[in-house]
Write a protein that binds this ligand. Structure first.
Ligand code: IPE
Ligand code: IPE
Ligand code: MG
Length: 249
């Protein structure tokens, strides 16, 4: 693994020597502001953001991240103007088609988290196909959070569990933290250790609510289209120095 230099005064970071999170989450934010600053339509911010997504995803796989969750579209993002939502759907389609062509010999296993039934049929088919062709891969698990909301995810889980209670299969006392973890989209995966949000916003915006109970957060001021491997290296270095206590001492 090479040395990845940080810009400015920071010392070179040898990413192969630091303790990486097992599960990294990224809230890809700031595309709209990036475009606005340049007098461009918001959709152009999203196409630039999609390029950053490609670079950062591949980099995470290269450096050995085992689970990566990228927040691409929230349950609340449907409230945006129709032109913006349509542009996003187009970029999703382009990416999913490209992933099918280019990822065939790759190691990345793709998984969608969120209610994908709300997307146009064509997109749903591309999502299912991407999951299918990558199902046996043993490299990084890439969770794409699409029409994802932490609250909606929990509601769905509680409904599934309630049905089992109602049928008499289990009693209310059988409901445990593990049962809830087993009934959400990330079942079987470790909880995120580290969540990065670019664009300077200090909020979760409904991302991995249950899973992030003990996640370390990192806010970066840079807007997502300007986010680089060097920004990520810097964040990962900070993560490696955090003292996680999990309520202990
Ligand atoms: C993130 O960028 C992309 C999505 C939510 C789909 P934004 O579009 O939220 O960009 P800002 O926050 O308006 O700058
Ligand atoms: C969160 O960003 C959702 C994604 C990045 C996909 P938003 O831009 O939608 O969040 P708010 O509205 O600023 O909280
Ligand atoms: Mg935003």
């Amino acid at each position: 693994m090479g040395i990845f230099s940080n810009n400015s005064a920071d010392k070179d970071i040898d990413i192969s020597k630091i303790k990486l999170p097992e599960h990294l989450g990224i809230i890809m934010d700031g595309n709209g502001r990036w475009a606005k600053k340049r007098g461009l339509p918001r959709s152009l911010g999203h196409s630039e953001g999609a390029k950053t997504f490609r670079t950062i995803t591949r980099y995470c796989s290269d450096i050995g991240i085992k689970h990566l969750t990228m927040y691409a579209f929230s349950t609340e993002n449907w409230n945006r103007p129709i032109e913006e939502v349509s542009a996003l759907m187009k970029y999703f389609k382009d990416y999913l088609e490209e992933a099918l062509r280019d990822f065939l010999d790759d190691t990345v296993k793709v998984k969608f988290i969120g209610d994908i039934s709300a997307f146009p049929k064509e997109l749903q088919e591309l999502m299912i196909e991407n999951e299918r062709v990558s199902a046996d891969r043993t490299g990084m698990v890439l969770n794409l959070a699409m029409n994802y909301g932490g609250r909606a995810e929990l509601v769905t889980a509680f409904q599934k569990i309630a049905e089992r209670v109602a049928s008499g299969e289990i009693s209310p006392q059988d409901i445990s933290e593990k049962m809830i973890s087993d009934n959400i989209y990330t079942a079987g995966q470790p909880d995120p250790d580290f969540i990065i949000r670019p664009s300077g916003e200090y909020r979760t915006s409904n991302f991995l609510l249950w899973q992030s109970a003990y996640a370390e957060y990192y806010i970066d001021d840079v807007l997502w289209p300007d986010y680089t491997k060097e920004h990520l290296n810097k964040a990962l270095l900070e993560y490696s120095k955090r003292n996680r206590r999990f309520g202990g001492v």
